[in-house]
Design a protein around this ligand. Structure first.
Ligand code: HEC
Length: 163
């Protein structure tokens, strides 16, 4: 009687395990569309103003994964639900600010976004800590922070003057 009971428990555990396994296999099929645009962000920004290589490289390493049409995906983006979670961040980030679309924003909007870029880097709330934990190379040095801030301010002023 007791062995029957234990057998039943073992069997149901196996079933639960197989169920979970099947669930993970199935969700792997639902891959989010990759954020990989055709126009390089450098070209897109240069429609507005060409940043120096220092500024461009800093933006690329610290911001473009979430704020451009070009995400450089880590291997674990291929594993769901991690890929969905990353995709959600990219969509949310791009909705707020897309450097690849900066030149296409109305001047006032672009100027406002650039003002926020300055705040985001000087007040160190971007790139977010959940990202820098996985991408320590994305932490901006003081020189890079200042370079981005001064580029964004110059561009913001020239956009405001052109209005
Ligand atoms: C891991 C993804 C990720 C990275 C990397 C990242 N951001 Fe963000 N960013 C977001 C998300 C998501 C939001 C919207 C939610 C929020 O404000 O937290 C956002 C919001 C912003 C906003 C606010 C825009 C608005 O109109 O309110 C600015 C400005 C910004 N980010 C600038 C930057 C800059 C500059 C960098 C690089 C130095 C950067 N971000 C790196 C994901 C990211």
């Amino acid at each position: 009687m007791l062995t029957l009971f234990f057998n039943a428990v073992v069997m149901s555990k196996k079933k639960v395990f197989l169920g979970i396994l099947a669930f993970f296999v199935v969700i792997q099929l639902a891959r989010p569309t990759r954020n990989e645009g055709t126009v390089p962000t450098a070209t897109a920004i240069s429609g507005l103003h060409t940043p120096s290589p220092q500024v461009y490289n800093a933006l690329q390493k610290a911001c473009f994964d979430c704020h451009s049409d070009h995400t450089n995906y880590p291997w674990y983006a291929n594993i769901q639900p991690v890929g969905w979670w990353l995709n959600h961040h990219v969509e949310e980030g791009k909705e707020e600010l897309n450097f690849s679309a900066l030149a296409a924003y109305p001047a006032k909007k672009a100027a406002n976004k650039l003002e926020e870029v300055t705040e985001a880097v000087t007040e160190h709330w971007m790139p977010m800590s959940s990202y820098t934990r996985m991408h320590p190379e994305a932490v901006l040095s003081e020189a890079e922070t200042q370079a981005i801030a001064s580029w964004a301010k110059t561009l913001q002023d020239s956009l405001n003057a052109s209005k």
